[in-house]
Design a binder for this molecule. Structure first.
Ligand SMILES: [Zn+2]
Length: 320
């Protein structure tokens, strides 16, 4: 199934890079490389291309390879996830390369991964699940359909927001429970639980093909490695944001999951709009009006392609 109806008309400032040089990794899994410092420390994972059309992550990993970034303690693993989708990128229909058969980021439970179902994405997820399971820290690099400032999706456990705040970027940190349609990589196993130390973050770096998303992704990976203290400060410093923003926490109560084949928004929202009054109409799901549940309600990542069973938008509030 294609990921798009072909009606997009995006400006393609940022295009895929050639990642063929990164195919032969040292882990026995194509497009997965792991560097071990030989010193005690955490297993740190950075993942790109969970969605094949979200090219900024490939650019950021490319910089880590070009700069020969190596951990000074623990290990650093770099993975390109949905490479088959990425390699289907077509400038005439760039959204279609989001996935081959299904959303790679709704498959991350043992029940699904151990189940009988087959798809291009399940095959790849089964290949790399051991790498994800072995990670003490995960940063998963994404981008968005609509132009919106970067968002860090930190999950609901306090450990996620602690790491996001330790990174210092981006400005907006969202605590959210994920999607009804299926668990994300960042929700896999202990990442989603409150007590275990394993911590995962998902960053939405900006619009898929905006050049600024590349810069945000590169800054994010270096802030992450710097916050975890696993690379030389001199390696990170050229890429760190000189004056990090004052970060703001957005608490998402729950996603609005689409129930009908006729969902529409009342306006063309792009994300981070703050709706002042509770009860304001923001859309319809079939005949059902969708209204904001509280004052100063923030719209987080509204979809521009509503589909039944998927998330339409997440509603949140600033927590200061
Ligand atoms: Zn994504």
């Amino acid at each position: 199934m294609s990921g798009t109806d072909g009606t997009d008309d995006p400006t393609l400032e940022l295009l895929p890079i050639d990642i063929s040089a990164y195919r032969n990794g040292n882990t026995g899994i194509d497009y997965v490389h792991s560097f071990n410092s030989g010193q005690p420390g955490p297993n740190v994972l950075i993942n790109a291309l969970t969605h094949g059309n979200e090219v900024c992550g490939a650019h950021a990993l490319g910089v880590l390879f070009e700069d020969d970034i190596r951990p000074t303690r623990g290990s650093l693993t770099l993975s390109f996830a949905n490479v088959d989708a990425y390699h289907s990128f077509d400038t005439d229909n760039p959204t279609a390369s989001r996935f081959v058969d299904e959303d790679f980021n709704r498959l991350w439970s043992d029940e699904i991964l151990d189940g009988p179902r087959q798809s291009s994405e399940l095959t790849r997820a089964r290949e790399i699940r051991g790498v994800v399971a072995a990670a003490d820290y995960l940063l998963d690099l994404h981008s968005m359909q609509l132009p919106c400032p970067a968002l860090m999706l930190a999950g609901t456990a306090p450990k996620g927001r602690r790491l996001a705040l330790a990174m210092g970027v981006p400005e907006h940190v969202v605590t959210d429970p994920g999607h009804a349609a299926g668990p994300r990589m960042r929700d896999y196993g202990p990442f989603a639980e409150a007590e275990p130390a394993q911590t995962a973050l998902l960053i939405e770096c900006g619009q898929h093909w905006a050049d600024s998303s590349r810069r945000v992704a590169i800054q994010a990976v270096f802030h992450y490695l710097d916050a975890l203290g696993i690379i030389d400060g001199a390696d990170a410093s050229p890429y760190l944001v000189p004056t990090p923003p004052e970060q703001r926490l957005i608490e998402v109560v729950g996603p609005i999951t689409i129930q009908t084949d006729a969902f529409s928004f009342a306006q063309s929202y792009t994300g981070l709009e703050v709706i002042p009054k509770a009860g304001t109409l923001i859309g319809h799901d079939g005949p059902q009006p969708i209204v904001t549940p509280h004052d100063d309600c923030i719209l987080v990542m509204p979809t521009h392609k509503p589909r039944k069973g998927q998330t339409a938008v997440r509603l949140g509030r600033f927590v200061d």
